[in-house]
Design a protein around this ligand. Sequence first.
Ligand code: ZN
Length: 135
Amino acid sequence: MEKYCVCGQTMSIRLRTVIFSNKVKIENVPIYSCGGCERSEVLQDVKQELSSLIRRLGRNPEKQHIRFNESNELAFLLHEATKRERANVPVEQIVKERVNQLLDLMLLAQSLGDEPWSEEIQDRLSQIAKASIPT
Ligand SMILES: [Zn+2]
């Protein structure tokens, strides 16, 4: 998941709080940031979801506080990986645990016949798959 900046330095992934319209605080948005020139950009893998979230908020959003890691799997995983008590756990391990957890939930949702819930879990699993993290 390494990326190079236009200035030639390596960009690293961080979680940042994004303020939208001066009112909406979106926490834990994964971004690439460059140590060399202060440039930063939102991860390609979360761009679509972030823009649809912003679209849903509309032009005049109410003051609110959103945790992006609660709706986006990649943000969730990065957030887990950066928690201090998990500092020694490799990201692959965290991903594996999360996938197992989601598969358990999936089984539960399916046995309850809860379609929307199964779909939501399916969507979360595909977010992980798309993010090309080795599992
Ligand atoms: Zn740079």
